[in-house]
Design a protein around this ligand. Structure first.
Ligand code: ATP
Ligand code: ZN
Length: 283
């Protein structure tokens, strides 16, 4: 059987979460920081540790069958790969920001201005789409200091919390793209049974992350009201308790509206609510 290769970031913002996801998929491997390749002992797979910028091309050229990388890097390198699954981590936005004291408030005011970025391809497309003529200054890092140094009027950079912009006296004023880590594959790789098996494992881990397992006690009289609050679940398990007319309800609740849902359940008579993480959900 062919051994697959998956490329992940060697070190940086996506490394830890990528390793964690693969481990949660039941893959056994050593995460040696010094090695480039790590074999998986219980699946025909090798893990390649690379700089994130190199991952899209390795996957496009088939040197790696799969890769985990930010959408921003895929768009910037303009590769032809298959998007297999969004992964829900590494979330950030590529934004245009200007110095706080600047009068620029509308996109059209960027005409004739200079913008420093490490994402010239994405920025160029964005400016063309919005019919803005600005000069793109491509630099290799520390974009946020360039207006202060007089190198550019604005910047286009990745932002997650906005803390870096703030500490450099910059305000974000236009969204260019939002990004998260995605699983990509070489074109056609999705036809392989092994790749499908991996995608399914990844999806079962992601589904589990999005939900919590909840057990609660309720008097039988309040049971219809409780069940009405659990629209996502066709039929929760209801187990009789030793105390007459009391039951335990077992169900799963989406992480998204978790606290709202819990307080509604309490109001409807739920008691002794126990919440547990779920490891995997296999459909
Ligand atoms: P490498 O050494 O692999 O080239 P890098 O310095 O280019 O690493 P990191 O800073 O580790 O990259 O970021 C990797 C990815 O993490 C980004 O491409 C982006 O998709 C995502 N990311 C999430 N939040 C942020 C953020 N606040 N700033 C930068 N990248 C972020
Ligand atoms: Zn990089």
């Amino acid at each position: 059987m062919k051994t697959l290769k998956i490329a992940i970031q060697k070190s940086g913002r996506l490394n830890e979460k990528s390793v964690e996801l693969l481990k949660n998929c039941g893959l056994n491997f050593e995460n040696y920081k010094s090695s480039l390749i790590s074999p998986v002992s219980n699946f025909p797979l090798e893990i390649l540790f690379l700089r994130d910028d190199d991952i899209p091309e390795y996957v496009q050229d088939g040197i790696a069958d799969l890769g985990i990388v930010g959408e921003n890097v895929i768009q910037e390198t303009e590769v032809d790969v298959a998007y297999l699954q969004k992964l829900g981590f590494g979330k950030c936005s590529l934004k245009i920001a200007v110095p706080n004291n600047n009068q620029i408030q509308q996109l059209s005011q960027l005409n004739g201005k200079s913008i420093a970025t490490t994402y010239p391809v994405i920025l160029d497309k964005f400016l063309k789409k919005n019919a803005i003529q600005a000069e793109i200054r491509t630099i290799s890092g520390s974009v946020e200091i360039s207006p202060g140094l007089g190198l550019s009027d604005a910047i286009c950079d990745l932002v997650s919390t906005g803390g870096t912009l703030k500490s450099n006296g910059l305000t974000a004023f236009a969204d260019v793209m939002s990004s998260e880590a995605v699983l990509i594959g070489s074109k056609g790789s999705e036809n392989s049974d092994l790749v499908q098996e991996l995608i399914q494992r990844v999806q079962s881990v992601l589904r589990a992350k999005e939900t919590k397992y909840v057990v609660l006690n309720v008097h039988r009289d309040s049971l219809p009201a409780i069940i009405a609050l659990l629209p996502g679940v066709k039929s929760p398990s209801v187990v009789s308790l030793a105390e007459e007319n009391w039951v335990a309800v077992h169900t799963v609740i989406p992480e998204r509206d978790f606290w709202d849902r819990i307080s509604q359940l309490k109001q409807a008579g739920a008691q002794g609510i126990v919440v547990m993480p779920i490891e995997k959900i296999i459909l």
